[in-house]
Write a protein of this length. Structure first.
Length: 443
C-alpha cells in the first residue's frame, strides 16, 4: 500500500450517480491530515486480490482509471463492486472490459440483482498467467469454481438471494469472498436488517455464519473483500478528526460516547453506533481480521470513499473508510504493526526474523488502500497480497539462516521487506527491499 505525507491534490471531477443510500456526513472545518501510512512504494507491488467499483459498467473516464490501476497492480483476482448491471447486460459489459483491460483478464463471473434494475451487483475477474510464466499464482482460471450467494442455509433471505451481493472463489489454498454489503439507507430502513441478530434475517449474522461454514466445509482460510458500508474506527471517519481527544482518547470511549458534538452522524448509514458496534462483533464471530488495521493500526487520513456531493471532499481528503480486506485469523497471526520511521536495515532484520519464524502459509503479506489513484467512481480500490506455499518457499526457509546476506536493496525508497513473487521480480524494476527465491503470490 502506498504512503505519502500530504493529502492528494486532485482536479475537479464530473459528478457520478450516488451509491445506494449514500449521505453526506456533517461538514468539518479542517482537513484530516495523513500521518502514518503504508509500507510499499507506488511503482512496485508484490500483487493483490483487489476490489474496485465501476457503477453501471465501465464508462469512458472510469475505464481509463480502471485500466491504469489494473495494469500497474496486475491483480490475480479483481473484484468489481456495485456494477448495477442486469443479467442481460453482462455480455456487452464483458466486451467493454476486454477492450479496456489487459488480455489476461479473460475469465469473468457476475452476480446481478434480479430484485430491481440498475442496482447492486458484484463481479470477479481472474487473471490468466502470461505466456511462459514460470510460477503462475492461479490454477487455470476457467477451471476454478465461483459460486453466488451464501448457500442453501441462507437462500430464504431475499437480499442475499436476489440482489447479487456476493461471489465466492474456491482456490486450492483459500476461499475469496467478494461482497457488497447492503447500505442501511437514507432513512435507515435497513439498519435493523444489517445488525439485529434477533431478527429473522440479519446480514451481519448471515455473513459471519457463512464465513464459518465455508471455513469448516473446505478446511481452508477465507479472505473477504469489498464495500462493507461501515466506518468502524474513529480514524475511518473524517468528521471525527476535529474532536480535541482524537484519536487516542476518542477511540478509548464507548462507541456511543464518540459522537459528542457530532450527534447527527448517528443518523448516517454506515456511521450509526449500531453498525460500528456490530462490525467488530461480526469479525469476532467469523474469526476475521481487518488486515489494513492489523498492519497499520494508527494510520490516519486513509479513506476509501469520497462523496461526490461536495466537489472539495476528495482534494481536502474528507472521506470514510468503508472498504475492507478481511482475512481468517490464521492468515494474520504473524502480522505486526509497521512504522514508517523504521530504516531499511531494521526492516530487513525484521524480515529475516519473520522468515525464521516459519509463519504458516497462506498468509497475508500486505493490505492497502489506493486512495491516491484516480477514482473509478467514488470509492478507491482496496486489496491485499497473499503469500502461498511453494517449493521456492521451502528453499527460502532452509536458507533463512543467511537471509540477511541475501537481502538486496535498489532505489532510494525501499521499505518493503517480505518476499515478493518471481513474476514481479522478473517483470518489474525493484524499488524496495526484497527476498529472492520466493514462490507465487496471489495479487
Amino acid at each position: 500500500a502506498k504512503a505519502e505525507s500530504a493529502a492528494p491534490k486532485a482536479p475537479a471531477r464530473a459528478k457520478a450517480p450516488e451509491p445506494e443510500g449514500s449521505q453526506e456526513p456533517v461538514e468539518a472545518t479542517e482537513t484530516p491530515p495523513k500521518v502514518v501510512k503504508r509500507g510499499r512504494p507506488k511503482a512496485d507491488t508484490a500483487g493483490e486480490a483487489a476490489e474496485a467499483r465501476p457503477p453501471g459498467g465501465p464508462q469512458r473516464g472510469q475505464g481509463d482509471a480502471l485500466r491504469a490501476v489494473v495494469e500497474r497492480e496486475a491483480p490475480d483476482v479483481l473484484c468489481l463492486n456495485e456494477h448495477k448491471l442486469k443479467e442481460s447486460d453482462v455480455e456487452e459489459a464483458e466486451g467493454k472490459l476486454k477492450e479496456i483491460l489487459p488480455k489476461e483478464y479473460a475469465t469473468m463471473h457476475w452476480a446481478c440483482s434480479t430484485a430491481k434494475k440498475g442496482y447492486a451487483g458484484v463481479a470477479m475477474l481472474l487473471r490468466h498467467p502470461p505466456e511462459g510464466a514460470a510460477s503462475p499464482a492461479l490454477p487455470p482460471p476457467a477451471s476454478l469454481k465461483v459460486t453466488k450467494g451464501m448457500g442453501a442455509a441462507h437462500e430464504k433471505d431475499p437480499v442475499i438471494e436476489a440482489e447479487g451481493r456476493i461471489l465466492t472463489l474456491d482456490l486450492p489454498e483459500l476461499s475469496v469472498v467478494a461482497t457488497y454489503v447492503p447500505n442501511s439507507g437514507l432513512d435507515l430502513k435497513r439498519l435493523d436488517y444489517r445488525v439485529n441478530r434477533e431478527a429473522e434475517q440479519c446480514w451481519d449474522r448471515s455473513l459471519s455464519a457463512y464465513v464459518r461454514e465455508l471455513r469448516q466445509s473446505t478446511g481452508k482460510p477465507v479472505v473477504v473483500l469489498g464495500d462493507m458500508n461501515c466506518g468502524h474506527r474513529v480514524q475511518d471517519i473524517w468528521n471525527m478528526y476535529e474532536r480535541p481527544d482524537f484519536p487516542q482518547g476518542l477511540s478509548e470511549k464507548p462507541v456511543a460516547d464518540q459522537y459528542v458534538g457530532l450527534s447527527t452522524l448517528k443518523k448516517f448509514a454506515g456511521l450509526t453506533p449500531q453498525e460500528r458496534e456490530s462490525f467488530p462483533r461480526m469479525l469476532q464471530e467469523a474469526d476475521l481480521v481487518d488486515t489494513f488495521r492489523a498492519i497499520y493500526p494508527e494510520a490516519s487520513g486513509v479513506f476509501s470513499y469520497f462523496s461526490m456531493k461536495v466537489a472539495q471532499n476528495r482534494p481536502m481528503n474528507r472521506g470514510l473508510r468503508l472498504d475492507y480486506v478481511l482475512a481468517s485469523s490464521s492468515m494474520c497471526a504473524h502480522l505486526k504493526p509497521r512504522a514508517s520511521a523504521e530504516g531499511a536495515g531494521a526492516m530487513a532484520a525484521k524480515a529475516a526474523d519473520e522468515v525464521a519464524g516459519l509463519a504458516p502459509m497462506p498468509r497475508i503479506h500486505d493490505s492497502f488502500i489506493l486512495d491516491e489513484d484516480d477514482l473509478v467512481a467514488d470509492h478507491a480500490a482496496v486489496g491485499c497480497h497473499v503469500l502461498l506455499p511453494s517449493v521456492a518457499t521451502v528453499n527460502l526457509i532452509l536458507r533463512a539462516q543467511g537471509a540477511r546476506q541475501r537481502l538486496t536493496r535498489s532505489g532510494d525508497r525501499g521499505s518493503q521487506t517480505a518476499p515478493i513473487c518471481r513474476r514481479c521480480v522478473a517483470t518489474r524494476t525493484s524499488s524496495r527491499v526484497v527476498l529472492e527465491e520466493v514462490g507465487p503470490a496471489y495479487h
